[in-house]
Design a protein around this ligand. Structure first.
Ligand SMILES: NC(=O)c1ccc[n+]([C@@H]2O[C@H](COP(=O)([O-])OP(=O)(O)OC[C@H]3O[C@@H](n4cnc5c(N)ncnc54)[C@H](O)[C@@H]3O)[C@@H](O)[C@H]2O)c1
Length: 362
């Protein structure tokens, strides 16, 4: 367990909210609220005194995640166990709750699986978005925050990417649901009475430093950091590094790992920005990464040096569809939202490992 007096790990509560006007934000609906990023964002919103409603159908999470959230914030979270593809149930929830804003995390997110069951990905990710946006518009919501992804940039030729970097074809059906999701919002927003933020996450990782919440999907995780921690704890025999012959400093792919608590804080700031009407545009797009490319081998080394453990990994052939290198320019989020990510790759590994150890105690 981390030393709870370690101030570094409580910095997320210290992000300055420019307008400090959260009294105006009465209620925010978080879809995908029991998921990985959703649960950390609920903690951040509640820490800023915002009332939160959660909605999730549990396809990739357990409602018991909210026990960890409530232990951290000492506040109850009202939770709806609903499928947002069900338009009637979605509408009913909005009519009952009348939230001021929505953060829409709910989606299926496994890149590989999206190529196995593409229709399910399009159905789930697009229908839940349309239903949520429609019900929000019908019920007087002012702000809509959408979970997008750096996958919308496709196979970029050079990094860092800014929000103006032209989008290339996405490498998977999942990536296309995000490109289409952005397009739907762009086409529809003017008729909804809302303003929207499209947040393009790079590689979310890590866990809350308390060790009480983290990534605990029902599906087998595919992302590098949970695969590292699952290998270290013995759930997987070894870790495969897909290719060490790319034109990068050590031959492995480069990614931009952003701590989930930093990411959570960006959602609170984006909601503040929209609700308090500081945005002149109907749609604002923000990259959320920390602007540092870390190779896969460097990430493994960071895990080993932080935990003192040796990881069993092997180098295998390149994997189809992997982008060689992508990392963000997040200047816009820094300037406009006053978002300053605080955690580095070592913090990510430390908190992810703490979470892995804790969740396997029972
Ligand atoms: N984690 C990443 O690496 C990453 C990167 C970029 C973008 N994103 C996006 O961020 C969002 C959150 O990701 P996450 O990592 O927290 O994933 P997650 O799977 O942990 O959370 C998503 C939640 O949505 C729920 N859900 C899915 N479909 C639903 C539906 N039809 N109705 C109700 N609930 C539904 C799932 O049960 C899950 O709890 C997703 O939109 C994802 O595509 C994630």
């Amino acid at each position: 367990m981390f030393d709870l007096r370690d101030i570094r790990f409580f910095r997320t509560a210290k992000y300055s909210i420019i307008a400090s006007n959260f009294t105006q934000i009465m209620k925010i609906l978080v879809t995908g609220g029991t998921g990985y990023i959703g649960s950390h964002t609920i903690v951040d919103l509640q820490t800023h005194g915002i009332e939160v409603i959660s909605a999730d159908n549990g396809i990739n999470s357990e409602a018991s995640v909210l026990e960890g959230v409530e232990a951290l914030t000492h506040k109850k979270v009202k939770h709806y166990n609903i499928d947002l593809c069900d338009s009637a149930a979605t509408r009913k929830m909005f009519e009952a709750e009348k939230p001021d804003g929505v953060i829409h995390f709910a989606a299926l997110k496994a890149v590989g699986e999206s190529m196995e069951i593409p229709l399910e990905y399009f159905r789930n990710n697009l229908l839940s978005l349309i239903n949520t946006m429609d019900a929000a518009a019908q019920n007087g919501c002012k702000a809509f925050v959408f979970s997008s992804s750096c996958t919308v940039y496709g196979n970029v030729e050079k990094s860092p990417v800014t929000e103006d970097t032209p989008l290339q074809p996405a490498a998977s059906a999942y990536g296309r649901t995000k490109q289409m999701g952005e397009t739907i919002i762009m086409d529809a927003i003017a008729k909804t009475g809302m303003k929207a933020a499209l947040l393009r996450y790079f590689n979310p990782a890590g866990a809350h430093p308390s060790g009480l919440i983290g990534e605990s999907p029902r599906q087998t995780p595919q992302n590098l950091v949970p695969v590292i921690t699952e290998t270290a704890i013995g759930k997987r025999a070894s870790l495969q590094v897909f290719g060490n012959d790319y034109p990068t400093r050590d031959g492995s792919c480069i990614r931009d790992f952003v701590h989930v608590c930093d990411l959570a804080a960006a959602h609170t700031l984006a909601m503040d920005y929209l609700i308090n009407n500081r945005s002149e545009d109907l749609i604002s797009i923000f990259n959320l990464g920390i602007g540092q490319g870390v190779t896969v081998l460097e990430a493994i080394a960071a895990f080993e040096s932080t935990t003192g453990m040796k990881l069993n990994y092997s180098i295998t052939a390149r994997r189809e569809g992997d982008v060689v290198a992508i990392y963000s320019d997040y200047t816009k989020a820094q300037k406009v939202l006053n978002w300053n990510p605080k955690y580095n790759i070592e913090d990510i590994m430390k908190t992810a490992w703490q979470w892995e150890v804790n969740r396997n105690k029972n």
